[in-house]
Design a protein around this ligand. Structure first.
Ligand SMILES: *Cc1c(COP(=O)(O)O)cnc(C)c1O
Length: 809
């Protein structure tokens, strides 16, 4: 019998309700139904996992191991059902219980094991690696608490813990037999050891236990694996305290070990700098390296061919200590000669950089590393010595060159530069958009690029169309299926065919009807989560992403205040009704970002209550931005705000998701916006503001924000209103500091310099929106141009150009 037939699925769900969930099928709640449907999918994933592992072992294929501190996964049920071809059957099964699959799926908590773009990229990559049938594992940490939940109280962000595992998750497979010791601290002995080999007398040890999440591919029976590590106290720990009945002490000792995998650091683009973070990084790297080598030895019985069969990728520098760890294991534990081990290491590793901002580059104090990882510090010093000898031979006598290259920053407190360790230990280093990769070799890594130009390359980011179009936007997916067939899911370039339909009245009408329905769905979400009613007929102007000064949510606010003032001054100027929609979390310790969230709320509450602009302008902030909230927002957007200072946003992927869902971009010449412009055409995107060389030139010439303030009456009026308390009458000085940081604090991200261009461009947006047919045509052109931004394309490039693998065509 066909296990996927609707009647089998109905039976399977009822059986799981009865036998796994423990409830009478007739009384099942939506949450219980979600659990039962998930169990049905889980069984099939399990079979696919076993078959895939067996096949990959037999084929002795090269594998890629994607090491990442973050995987921002979101919900799994909808994606798993679609990949397994169970979506229709599951929908019928829950209908038997008088429920809708959509509502049932919403009961699943997000797996939010990441902060933002970097973690979401890793999740999109897993989806593409599985779909392309690439032999692959992701490795990360099984945080008990993921990204905090955000609520808003009196306009301010309040953070709550995210106990996403509290009720268990149907998606993980605990691998009881797979556990490795991870050691910390102590000292190193060299006596009696030959050739630099050493004995690490560690001081502490924790066990890493494996939990697998099975990642289904689409259009294939292959799956990939995300192996997450949980820290547990070694079994022998402090039995004495237990034996003597001192349970409190025994528990506190246990906690000291297990806190390593408790919580995700909620910082985005800022290094955490704390000892626990360093322990987290080493913990998951050490467990992963042991697991990878054990698998390799099991299959080949030797490590000599490791580099032929294993690629390890560093997602940013967070796992960079893996370079030293692999050297340590090969030399100290496997008795390999240093030179051979180093040659293998360099061929195994590759590294992706995610940021140009110097303050975001990860470094660790030498003293802390000495304390936590003494043997690794020695290995890093030895790598550095050999590297600097090599560099000195290239440019004799250039001491500045050498000190800039060194793995150790000697200015002030000595610190290990993790990016330098990653570059030296890798055969390829990539940026994440064309501009970012170009700037990398011209700025922060220029000295390395002078030594090794061929090591640096570009891999423009992408997003998975399965989640960000098929799942998030079933309306548009259905229209595409009727128009192009269903293959675009696996070959996003097929969207090109939509270009021809831009002028087709019937297609435009259908396309805009889908957009309108998505806007209504988003309006419902806004009403539910904020209590504010918004009009789906208005232009939905969307900026959703982490709150960061460089992303310039504040520039958006300045424009909204300008617009508010202009409407008051010229009420009958034929304004296009607009709803400005924000969402995003601020790092808990980032005061400026939190102040921006509060300002958005304060500006919104004045504007939304002012009857004079009713029907013309609304400002809302959707709380608790995450993958599932993004899946509701992206399809309902008309305008995508991608307005970072040119040269600061490495790529962006929110820009891709929004354009893929038919939003037009208003953006700077930054990150992947530049490539989006090339793909959709200049007429179908609004680019404004200073370009990267102009930003550099303005800063170099001595930028004086006060000049822009004095020179632009509209801008002055806006800043005076915010600083003077128009939006915070109960505390008029609330935003004085924020405005002063622009006027007197240097306006590091050049908001004032870009304001006029931004405001002028927003008027062009209005003009286009008034011509609804033209707008529709350009929105369609955006969808048509997004083939290049499928993460399938990105992963193919990584596989071929970096990992030395050939994915099936
Ligand atoms: C895509 C995505 C991001 C990244 O957005 P950017 O606009 O590229 O910064 C962050 N968070 C979530 C939940 C996302 O889905």
């Amino acid at each position: 019998m066909d296990r996927n037939s609707p009647s089998s699925l109905i039976n399977a769900v009822d059986t799981h309700l009865l036998e796994t969930v423990g409830v009478a099928p007739a009384q099942a709640t939506p949450t219980e139904l979600m659990q039962a449907v998930a169990q049905v999918a889980r069984e099939q994933l399990s079979r696919r996992w076993v078959a895939t592992q067996r096949r990959e072992q037999d084929e002795k294929a090269r594998r890629v191991y994607y090491l990442s501190m973050e995987f921002l996964i979101g919900r799994t049920l909808g994606n798993a059902l679609a990949a397994l071809g169970l979506a229709d059957g599951a929908a019928q099964a829950v209908t038997q219980h008088a429920q809708k699959l959509e509502d049932v799926a919403e009961r699943e908590p997000d797996a939010a094991l990441g902060n933002g773009g970097l973690g979401r990229l890793a999740a999109c990559f897993l989806d593409s690696m599985a779909t392309l049938g690439l032999p692959s594992f992701g490795y990360g940490i099984r945080y008990e608490y993921g990204m905090f939940a955000q609520s808003i109280q009196q306009g301010c962000q309040v953070e709550y813990p995210d106990p996403w595992l509290a009720d268990g998750t149907p998606w993980e497979f605990p691998r009881a037999g797979i556990t490795y010791p991870v050691r910390f601290g102590g000292w190193v002995e060299h006596q009696g050891h030959q050739g630099g080999k050493a004995l690490w007398r560690h001081a502490g040890e924790v066990a890493a236990k494996a939990y697998d999440m099975v990642v289904p591919g689409h259009g294939t029976s292959k799956v990939s694996t995300l192996r997450l590590w949980k820290a547990v106290a070694p079994a022998h720990i402090d039995l004495h305290a237990f034996n003597t009945g001192d349970y409190a002490r025994a528990a506190s000792v246990k906690n000291e070990y297990e806190n390593i995998s408790w919580v995700l650091y909620p910082n985005d683009s800022t290094p955490a700098g704390r000892e626990l973070r360093l322990r987290q990084e080493y913990f998951f790297v050490a467990a992963s390296v042991q697991d990878i080598l054990a698998r390799h030895l099991d299959e080949y019985g030797t490590l000599a061919n490791l580099a032929d069969k294993v690629a390890m990728h560093l997602n940013d520098t967070h796992p960079a200590i893996a370079v030293a760890e692999l050297m340590r294991v090969l030399c100290d534990e496997q008795d390999m000669a240093w030179e051979q081990a180093w040659s293998i290491t360099q061929r195994v590793f590759s590294y992706t950089n995610h940021t140009l901002m110097p303050e975001a580059l990860e470094t660790w104090p030498v003293s802390l590393m000495q304390h936590v990882l003494p043997r690794h510090l020695e290995i890093i010093f030895r790598i550095n010595q050999a590297f600097l000898d090599f560099a000195a031979a290239q440019r004799p006598g250039e001491l500045g060159f050498l000190s800039r290259l060194s793995l150790v920053d000697e200015s002030g407190e000595r610190r290990v530069r993790m990016a330098h360790l990653s570059i030296v230990g890798s055969h390829k280093v990539n940026g994440v958009s064309a501009l970012h990769s170009e700037l990398l070799v011209k700025t922060i890594f220029a000295d390395f690029a002078a030594l090794w130009p061929e090591r640096f390359t570009n891999m423009t980011n992408g997003v998975t169309p399965r989640r960000w179009l098929a799942q998030a936007n079933p309306g548009l997916a259905g229209l595409l299926d009727r128009t192009l067939g269903a293959k675009w899911r696996l070959d996003l370039d097929q969207l090109q065919a939509l270009r021809e339909l831009r002028g087709n009245e019937g297609f435009r009408a259908e396309f805009m009807a889908v957009k309108r329905a998505n806007k209504a769905r988003l309006a419902e979400h806004i009403a539910r989560s904020t209590g504010i009613a918004v009009d789906p007929a208005s232009l939905f102007d969307v900026q959703v992403k982490r709150i960061h000064e460089y992303k310039r949510q504040l520039l958006n606010v300045l424009h909204l205040v300008a617009r508010y003032q202009a409407i008051l001054a010229h009420p009958n100027a034929g304004w296009v009704p607009r709803t400005a929609i924000f969402a995003g979390k601020a790092a808990s310790s980032y005061a400026a970002a939190k102040s921006i969230i509060r300002l958005i709320h304060d500006v919104g509450s004045v504007i939304n209550r002012d009857a004079r602009v009713a029907g013309l302008l609304k400002v809302v902030f959707v709380p608790n931005y995450g993958v599932s909230v993004a899946e509701v927002i992206m399809p309902g957007a008309d305008l995508s705000e991608q307005i970072s200072t040119a040269g600061t946003e490495a790529s962006g992927t929110g820009n891709m998701k929004l354009a893929l869902n038919g939003a037009l971009t208003i953006g700077t010449d930054d990150g992947a916006n530049i490539e989006i412009r090339q793909q959709v055409g200049d007429d179908n995107i609004f680019i404004f503001g200073l370009k990267t060389p102009e930003v550099q030139a303005l800063r170099a010439s001595g930028y004086q924000p006060m000049r822009w303030y004095e020179g632009n009456p509209q801008l002055k009026h806006v800043l005076d209103a915010i600083a003077g308390g128009t939006f915070s009458p109960e505390e008029p000085g609330r935003y004085r500091g924020l405005v002063d940081s622009l006027l007197w604090g240097g306006d590091h991200y050049l908001l004032l310099a870009d304001f006029a261009s931004y405001a002028e461009t927003q008027l062009r947006v209005d003009a286009l929106f008034r011509q609804s047919g033209e707008w529709a045509s350009r929105a369609i052109a955006n969808v048509a141009g997004m083939g290049a931004f499928s993460s399938d394309r990105t992963i193919r490039e990584y596989a071929q150009q970096i990992w030395g693998m050939t994915p099936a065509p």
